[in-house]
Design a protein around this ligand. Structure first.
Ligand SMILES: [Zn+2]
Ligand SMILES: [Zn+2]
Length: 352
């Protein structure tokens, strides 16, 4: 059996780099040689504190944003062949449970989740091959194709925001998702205010993406000052039409609510720690008709749109990749992200 490099998750803060067997594809499955695997905030959180849904047993392969080349085709697969360059979403719904049937496939009760992007090879399960794998065009790099998974969640988020041309939208959070959401809001015709840790690199990318105004929370540290700044940037100081939270902190959720105008909308995209709560002003909620919307994950249609947006480069996936690092430097890449030293890193699994 041939061996490959892989990152193995044993426990929080315990990821080991090992040589394991190259998996082989069963019926309906694809064996893919990883072309690019990207760091993601979810993987960093998993590294730091584990993840009950993503890591069900240990040791486990690790990493979920990737693209690559088909090198093995399982029995019965007709739509893909060896040599195809492909990308896939890391999860696929069952299509049969109650929530799938009523049109909320993102909330599927039997989501199939794939891990193992931080390795040289990965097997894509049959259900995923059927519904969530796409060939990528020649002009598209593996790295930008790997952005398709997080961008799909940003598309899912924007679908719920109801943005109209000429709206002003505040985005809270300047990580990869905040940047993607800002880009999509811009493409919807909105003027975008981005509030977050604004480093030089993020500012450059966000400006290219069409962000109009910045609030750097490293400098403006008081939420009430940021809320006022956002309001001052809107007509009559009324507040923004839409605020989108993409930071994942309860304080930011509360801040977002206070930035919107009457009848405005808040979309909560950033997942907070389990058990946390926020306080909502019932008076404002009632008399100002605030619309507060939670969003989670994506469905296969969001993912399909994401691949199209990247292929057209209306969203330029290349701009999210700060640098490439060898597999053995995965944790260093996580630490650099935590220090805001990059947006995403591409991990090269061939180098240990
Ligand atoms: Zn991700
Ligand atoms: Zn389902």
């Amino acid at each position: 059996m041939t061996k490959m490099n892989a990152a193995m998750f044993y426990a929080p803060k315990d990821v080991r780099f090992e040589r394991i067997d190259v998996p082989s594809p069963g019926p309906g499955e694809l064996l893919v040689k990883i072309g690019a695997a990207l760091t993601c905030g979810t993987d960093i959180k998993t590294y730091e504190r584990g993840h009950p849904a993503i890591i069900k047993k240990v040791p486990s392969t690790f990493g979920h944003e990737f693209s690559g080349q088909v090198v093995g085709v399982g029995e019965g697969v007709t739509q893909f062949k060896e040599g195809d360059r492909v990308c896939t979403c890391n999860a696929v719904p069952c299509g049969e449970c109650y929530y799938c049937k009523i049109g909320h496939r993102n909330l599927c009760e039997d989501l199939l989740i794939l891990n193992g992007a931080y390795a040289e090879y990965i097997v894509i399960p049959a259900r995923m091959v059927k519904h969530n794998v796409y060939k990528i065009p020649d002009h598209m790099t593996f790295q930008e194709a790997a952005v398709s998974e997080p961008l799909g969640t940003a598309i899912h988020c924007i679908r719920h925001a109801g943005i109209r041309q000429g709206d002003t939208v505040a985005v809270l959070g300047s990580g990869p998702l905040g940047l993607m959401i800002s880009r999509l809001a811009h493409l919807q015709g909105a003027r975008v205010i981005l509030s977050g840790e604004i480093t030089e690199e993020r500012k450059r990318v966000a400006s290219e993406f069409g962000v109009n105004e910045f609030i750097n929370i490293l400098e403006v540290t008081e939420p009430k000052d940021r809320i006022q700044m956002v309001k001052d940037l809107t007509d009559g100081g009324r507040g923004v039409d839409v605020a989108i939270e993409a930071a994942g902190f309860p304080q930011a959720w509360e801040e977002a609510i206070q930035m919107i105008r009457k009848a405005g909308t808040v979309v909560f995209h950033g997942g907070c720690k389990a058990g946390t709560t926020i306080t909502v002003d019932t008076h404002a909620m009632h008399y100002f008709e605030h619309k507060l919307i939670g969003v989670f994950h994506q469905d296969p249609d969001d993912y399909r749109r994401s691949v199209n947006l990247l292929a057209s480069r209306l969203v330029d996936g290349r701009k999210f990749i700060t640098d490439t690092m060898p597999l053995s430097q995965l944790i260093t890449a996580f630490e650099r992200i935590r220090r805001f030293e990059g947006i995403k890193f591409a991990i090269d699994p061939t180098v240990m």
